[in-house]
Design a protein around this ligand. Structure first.
Ligand code: CTP
Length: 404
């Protein structure tokens, strides 16, 4: 049990993230970012520039970050307080959000005239910069050159978004969404053990129409597949996500293919399968569809209605038959009884390398409790955990098995 507990740690948990906040109108979003990082169980150490304090108070930031705000370079050397070198060297990641043109210019020029720029210069950890400024400043050739220089030196960026700016104009320059900055932070902390892999992930339910307003479907939310797609992307893979209808936010930096029916999911998978090195089939594909889909709404004339159903194609089985070279196939097995036995049967029948067995409690839920079985019959029974954690555990198994 203990080893499971130790291993279920997600990549951001207990990591020391130094959150640098500079003086942009979007500084208030740093409060939400701190809250999100804390929610992901990171340890957040805030550092504010003097001008950031014109926009938000250190008290708000330190309350949300659950740590004191550092701000002045020289106050750190007094008494027993931590030094800026120590702050810089002990961080696992430095995130500067929002980052002004002024901060970017200083970092690119090697100027260290306040605590934040000094920390960035002394950093051993990766530095992730989320710029925020007016469009004309963002497009200024000096800023463009500074960003290019920093990227060339290995600094990471979360590009600003297009949208309405504080000046009333619209354009690129608005701070990226805090969810995207958090995702980029997790990615920066992730080992790139899936680099070079082309991963095809399926997610969500399918909808099989009865008429234009009714369909046969199931309770899948898409959460598990989306978590796998995000985790694979963080770990360096090129990801295609084929998704049935889902209200989950579309992960950034991946190829997204929305589908509705089992037939559309099959077509999408057939077209992406040949170039994929790893397939994870997390979708809850409908096994049956109405034989006939009515072109107009079915009226309630008769006392009862019978809908004739026919089998859909088993997408995973098809891929198992066509498997070539070192293509790696992962399937899910949703079971209400004889979990392991039925899952093993699916592993063999569908020619899989790995099967993830779960009871229906995982459907449309934040957590999942899975058993992972591989082609060598190694079985890992995991406790209930978040779907993000499950995703990483599945990928850990894939990496282990692929390396042999
Ligand atoms: N699957 C698929 N195409 C289908 C049905 C299922 O690709 N038409 C995939 C699922 O995405 C999952 C695996 O096959 O990865 C197992 O799905 P599951 O619903 O657990 O089992 P079935 O194979 O449909 O068998 P049964 O419903 O009899 O348990």
């Amino acid at each position: 049990m203990d080893s499971f507990r130790r291993n279920t740690v997600v990549v951001i948990k207990d990591k020391k993230i130094l959150l640098g906040v500079t003086g942009a109108i979007s500084a208030y979003k740093a409060l939400e970012l701190a809250r999100l990082l804390i929610k992901k169980e990171a340890a957040v150490w805030p550092v504010m520039t003097r001008s950031a304090k014109e926009f938000i108070t250190p008290l708000s930031l330190s309350t949300l970050a659950k740590n004191p705000v550092y701000s002045e370079l020289f106050e750190l050397t007094e008494g027993n307080r931590i030094s800026h070198i120590e702050l810089a060297q002990t961080a696992d990641l430095i995130v500067v959000a929002p980052a002004t043109a002024d901060f970017i210019g200083k970092a690119a020029s090697g100027i260290a005239d306040d605590l934040l720029t000094t920390i960035v210069m002394a950093a051993a950890a990766p530095v992730l910069i989320a710029p925020s400024m007016n469009t004309v400043m963002w497009e200024n050739p000096i800023v463009v050159a500074n960003v290019g220089k920093l990227k060339g030196l290995g600094y990471l960026f979360v590009e600003p978004e297009e949208g309405e700016l504080a000046c009333g104009r619209a354009g690129k320059g608005r701070l990226a969404a805090v969810e995207d900055i958090t995702e980029a932070a997790i990615e920066a902390l992730s080992a790139k053990d899936l680099k070079g892999e082309k991963v095809l992930v399926t997610a969500g339910p399918t909808r099989e129409p009865i008429d234009p307003v009714r369909y046969v479907s199931n309770a899948s939310s898409g959460r598990m597949g989306y978590a796998i797609a995000r985790a694979a992307k963080r770990r360096g893979a090129e990801v295609v996500l084929v998704s049935g209808p889902s209200s989950m936010p579309r992960p950034s930096g991946i190829t997204f293919v929305p589908v509705s029916t089992a037939e559309e999911m099959h077509e999408a998978c057939v077209s992406y399968y040949p170039q994929s090195t790893l397939v994870i089939m997390a979708a809850a594909v409908a096994d049956y569809r109405p034989k006939k889909s009515y072109p107009t709404k079915v009226k309630k004339d008769a006392v009862s209605l019978t809908v004739d159903m026919e089998r859909t194609e088993d997408v995973l089985k098809y891929m198992g038959k066509k498997k070539k070279g070192d293509q790696f196939l992962v399937g899910f097995a949703l079971e209400t009884e004889n979990l392991e036995e039925n899952a093993r049967k699916k592993l063999n029948e569908k020619n899989l390398d790995l099967v993830v067995a779960n009871p229906p409690a995982g459907l449309d839920s934040e957590t999942n409790q899975v058993t992972i079985i591989n082609r060598d019959n190694d079985t890992e029974v995991l406790p209930a955990m978040s779907k993000d954690e499950v995703a990483d555990r599945i990928l850990d198994n894939v990496v282990r098995l692929k390396r042999g």
